[in-house]
Design a protein around this ligand. Sequence first.
Ligand SMILES: [Zn+2]
Length: 278
Amino acid sequence: MKQTLPPLPQISGQFELIDTHCHLDMAAYQSDLDSVIESAVQYGVKRIITIGIDYPSSRQAVNIANQYANIFATIGFHPHDASQATIEALKELAELAQNRSVVGYGEIGLDYVKNYAPRDVQIKVFKQQLNLAKDLNLPVVIHDREAHEDVRNLLRSVGPLPKGGVMHCFSGDVQLAQEMIDLGLHISIPGVATFANAHALQEVIRFVDLRHLLLETDGPFLAPVPYRGKRNEPKLLLYTAQMVAKIKQLSIDTVAQATTTNAVRLFQLPETTTNDPR
Ligand SMILES: [Zn+2]
């Protein structure tokens, strides 16, 4: 039986969202990437930042970004892949960063849920990459799962990040959100915000000023309600924007405008919204 899902929210012609965190290089999009990007644009998600997690995926992110004028890339070693981040590999990433479609460094950070790489390696590589991002003059995209205290301490120890950054898929409480904002970071809201039990995240949305918020899908993972459990993709960002608007009692246009302005400023995106090839 075909499942009937509610229509996506109605949007105006001027409406623009930016999906600041998606993994377009992953196998989940291999067969229909063009239509994923096209339908995102139709639903107002006019620009997408595709995120690298290791060297091959960073290179692939750059390749995709070079094919579409509305896609941008970040590069980095995810904490899961920290063991691969040799000095040589970091040098290769620094070279990749010279590509003009690279707008950020990450995702980098600590993951104490999966622990695919030993914690001491994760910490060492996170620190190296924070410093590399500074050298490269790029904002950072930070992954933090159950590692709040160590992430906070490391960020403090490396000192100010001149280009700022974002706590991607934020999973902390209001207090951590404030501490990260004080460190110059944005708070990125994933589709998890639409889950019925996401009380802490909904509280964070209520508390944090719109000027510090970004929106992301983290596709293909974490699809928002009513697509929970299915493949996530950039167009579904509308549900997250709608939830943020509902919680903050603002219009979806206001949320779109503010979060898009934040993303453009943080990642220094050029003013282009077409999807013509570069
Ligand atoms: Zn991610």
